[in-house]
Every structure is written in C-alpha cells, then in structure tokens.
Design a protein around this ligand. Structure first.
Ligand SMILES: C[S@@+](CC[C@H](N)C(=O)[O-])C[C@H]1O[C@@H](n2cnc3c(N)ncnc32)[C@H](O)[C@@H]1O
Length: 290
C-alpha cells in the first residue's frame, strides 16, 4: 500500500520552520516563519492566527519549502517576498535596490518637516541615490513638491519608477540616471537636497553578514573606500551653492565625528545632527543662513 502523504497544518508548519530557523541562527525565527508562510498563502500575518488548523495544499507547501530554503541560504526575507513598507507605504524590492531601513524614515521625516517649513507651496527637491525610491515617494505622497530622484543604477530607477506609480506619486517625481561623483551637479536648482548615500567603508563591508553582502547591491552599501567619499562630494557641491535652502544626509554608524571634520574643513556652519531611536546620530541637516 502506498504511504499516505502527510498533510501539514499552518501551526505545525510555523513551529517546524521556527525550530529550523533557530537552529540555523536566523534572527527572529518565529516572525520569519510567520511572514514567509502568510505571504505564500497570500493572507495577512494576523490571519494565520485564525487559521492554525488550516491544511496547507501541495502547491502552497512546495512554494513555501522553496522560500524556506532561500531564507536558510540567508536571502533577506524582503527579497523573497519582493516587498516591504516605508513610511507606511508599500515598496517593491529586488536585488537591484537596497531594502529600505527603518532608521531612514527619520531622514524622510526631517526632509518633510523642512519642506513644510519653507514659505512657498511646492518646493523643488533633489534626492541623490534614490534606490527603491522610498524617500522621494514618502515625501511626494505627503506634500505638493517637484522631485528629481537620481541614481547611478538603471535597474534601481526602473524599480523606483514602478514604486512611484504604485503609490500615485509619478506626477511629482522625475527619475534621473546620474553619477553624482563624476557628473556636474548644481544644488541651486533646488530648495532641498536629500541623500542616503553608500557609506560603509570597504574594510567593514568585507566583514558584513551574508544577508547584506551576498544579496544587497554592493554599490548601494559601500563607496569602496573610507565611507566618506559621497559626504565629501556632496558637501563640496553644497559649499559652491548659494541659494539651496537645506541639505539632509543620512549618517552611517560612528561617522558623525568624521563628517563633522569634513564640515569644519569646508568652514560649513549652521548644521545639526539628529539621533535615531537608538540614539545614534543619524541625520545631518545643513540649513542656509538667510
Ligand atoms: C544607501 S542606498 C540608498 C537607497 C534609498 N535612497 C534608501 O534610502 O533606501 C544608496 C544609493 O546610491 C546609489 N549610488 C551609488 N553610487 C552612486 C553614484 N555615484 N551616483 C548616484 N547614485 C549612486 C546606489 O545605487 C543606491 O541606490
């Protein structure tokens, strides 16, 4: 007689996957198991709790197994499900774009506050290194504005455009293929410039965990140097500008002192560092004295 094939139920699958992830040192093993299964079954995570004894069909099981294997190989959860959230908005992600980080929401929040404090109604904003488009989309979703969102990666810009359309911000954001390190730039065309640039020094990049190093775009993470290349370049352009009102930069861990030295070398005043929830200086704001 052929052996009966086991039918798995939701709760059993979650428990088994949680144990497997824990044995393999995946952080937050239960949460990872639940999010992967909910996405595979196309239900909300919360709804798993209402369906613990729901049988999981053969096709669903095979899709889920495949995704568990990918997670065990350290592929980030967001690349497996193809999505994340930023500022409460849905953002599609893939290996061409950095997965938006929660701490970057502070940069978007501060940019919005500055934009709302300007006296005119539709500020012109430049974003350097837009990636998935998350920062520009968060801003354009909240206020009247005109944004040029630039990146060196054509594939990232394709994803950003899709995200912008999905969040109904296409009319406010113009996506531009541009290398900020080698092409001329003038901040005086804008009221505000914002950037979360690649800031991981190459020696730290080489020590990163597999989730980041093997999956996220290298050019989004490191400047292949001391982690300060983009800060130098952007501050040089800011120093030459005369009318742009504000520059906002995300600051890497332990980078605030070195960035402050760059400011002093260029005799740039009127700046402030703002801490994130972990009390790490995360956002640098430069405002033009009027
Ligand atoms: C840290 S990621 C930020 C992505 C997104 N803004 C976010 O906050 O999640 C840096 C971005 O800068 C882009 N980039 C790298 N080198 C660049 C360059 N020379 N000029 C313009 N953009 C660049 C990368 O492609 C990447 O999308």
């Amino acid at each position: 007689m052929p052996e009966a094939v086991k039918t798995w139920q939701v709760l059993e699958l979650i428990n088994v996957t949680e144990a497997l992830f824990a044995d393999n040192e995946i952080e937050n093993p239960r949460l990872n198991a639940e999010l992967l299964l909910a996405d595979t079954l196309d239900i909300r995570r919360f709804d798993l709790y209402l369906s613990f004894d729901r049988p999981v069909g053969e096709n669903e099981l095979s899709a889920y197994r495949n995704r568990v294997k990918r997670r065990l190989a350290r592929e980030p959860l967001q690349y497996i499900t193809g999505k994340t959230e930023f500022f409460g908005l849905p953002i599609e992600v893939n290996p061409a774009v950095l997965i938006p980080r929660p701490e970057t929401e502070l940069l978007a929040e501060k940019t919005l506050a500055i934009a709302q404090g300007l006296k005119f109604s539709s500020p012109r904003i430049l974003e350097i290194g837009t990636g998935s488009g998350c920062i520009s989309i968060a801003i354009a979703h909240s206020i009247e504005c005109q944004i040029d969102a630039s990146d060196i990666s054509k594939d990232a810009l394709e994803t950003a455009k899709k995200n912008s359309a999905a969040n109904s911000t296409s009319e406010k954001i113009n996506f531009i293929l541009k290398d900020i390190l080698s092409e001329p730039a003038n901040f005086d065309d804008y009221d505000i410039v914002v950037s979360n640039p690649p800031y991981i020094p190459i020696d730290e990049y080489n020590l990163l965990e597999a989730e980041l190093k093997n999956y996220e775009p290298r050019s989004a993470l490191t400047d292949e140097s001391d982690g300060l290349t983009f800060y130098r370049k952007i501050l040089d352009i800011w120093s030459l500008s005369t009318s742009c009102s504000a520059l906002l930069l995300e600051i890497g861990d332990n980078k605030s002192k070195s960035v402050e030295t760059l400011l002093k070398e260029r005799k740039i005043g009127n700046y402030a560092f703002h801490n994130d929830l972990l009390r790490i200086p995360r956002v640098l704001i430069l405002e033009r004295k009027r």
